[in-house]
Design a protein around this ligand. Structure first.
Ligand code: CP
Length: 317
């Protein structure tokens, strides 16, 4: 595997899920595979789960993880080409990326959407530079448009907890005080479309995700109707993906907050969220604290998904 952005990059999904179970059973079985190999994890943005789970996955594989917090530890990096660098950015990605590549075997990058220039974000301008100039396999640790390690962990969690062969999975938009990127819902949609589930997306008007990610999913604007009979409820906020309102908050309608009233119309659904979550904005305390909430096992599976991906990359080095 040369890069990990999209569901196709993982290869056959059933095989990947089997590998995930294998990793869970014997997490240290591939210690020799990563021996004397280094992964550099570059963070342009904050993280708790991705930062820790990626390091843990690398350590389980016998690798040496090195973390770089851009804007914190390093020089501030210019990401746009052709600019006069007379501001506060001391180094350009054009030099920084090949230097980082020369110190490691694999690179992971977290680089959120700026939400001001849709073309810049949806072209994955920063990630593409890492692929082009590093000479190394690159993992998206949530880039402008996708968060594949999260979506893979979500799918593993659904596989582990489903009671029916083909569960109904509903991804619902929920309110949030800040404008958030579309990477998590994009990837969740992409992976659910590739999996054997009945997938429904619900959100207010103006939050339509890119058709490339929505695929064949059912889009239902009536949230309660969408949730009827759901086996899994996946809550997430995202800002407007549309050209004319890109990155804006169009609604803070608190009736979309997932609470007991919403869960009551489901098939005793499991609740999921990628975390971090704003309690009583996205989901009520009652729902997230209930025994049907999967948010902790879902986060724990981030080590598993990262380890499967890194293992596949190591096998191709
Ligand atoms: N879900 C997730 O990616 O969490 P962090 O932002 O804390 O890494």
């Amino acid at each position: 595997m040369r890069s990990f952005f999209h569901v196709q990059d993982i290869g056959d999904l059933d095989t990947a899920l089997q590998e995930a179970l294998e990793v869970k059973r014997t997490p240290f079985a591939w210690q020799q595979l990563g021996r004397n190999k280094t992964i550099i994890l570059v963070f342009f943005n904050s993280s708790l789960r991705t930062r820790l789970s990626s390091q843990k996955a690398a350590l389980n594989l016998g690798m040496n993880p090195i973390l770089l917090n851009v804007n914190g530890d390093s020089w501030r990096l210019e990401t746009e080409l052709g600019v006069v660098m007379d501001g506060d950015k001391s180094e350009h990605l054009r030099e920084a990326i090949p230097v980082i590549g020369s110190y490691c075997d694999i690179i992971g990058v977290r680089s959120f959407a700026g939400l001001t220039d849709k073309e810049f974000d949806y072209n994955e301008t920063i990630l593409r530079q890492f692929i082009e100039y590093s000479g190394r396999p690159v993992i998206s640790l949530e880039s402008a448009t996708v968060h594949p390690c999260q979506a893979f962990a979500d799918l593993i969690t659904i596989e582990e907890h489903k009671d029916t062969r083909r569960p109904k999975v509903v991804m619902t938009w929920a309110p949030h005080p800040k404008a958030l990127p579309q990477a998590v819902p994009n990837s969740f949609a992409e992976w659910m479309n590739a999996a054997d589930v009945d997938f429904v997306i619900t959100h207010p008007h103006g939050y339509e995700l890119d058709p490339r990610f929505v695929g064949d999913a059912t889009v239902e604007y009536d949230q309660m109707k969408a949730l009827e009979g759901a086996d899994f409820v996946y809550a997430k906020n995202w800002s407007s993906p549309l050209d004319e309102t890109y990155g804006q908050i169009l609604s803070k309608d608190m009736s979309w907050t997932v609470d007991a009233r919403h869960m009551a119309v489901t098939n005793n659904a499991r609740f999921m969220h990628c975390l971090p979550v704003r309690r009583n904005m996205i989901v009520s305390d009652e729902v997230i604290d209930s025994p049907r909430s999967l948010v902790i096992p879902e986060a724990a599976n981030r080590v598993v998904s990262a380890q499967v991906v890194m293992r596949k990359m190591l096998e191709c080095l």
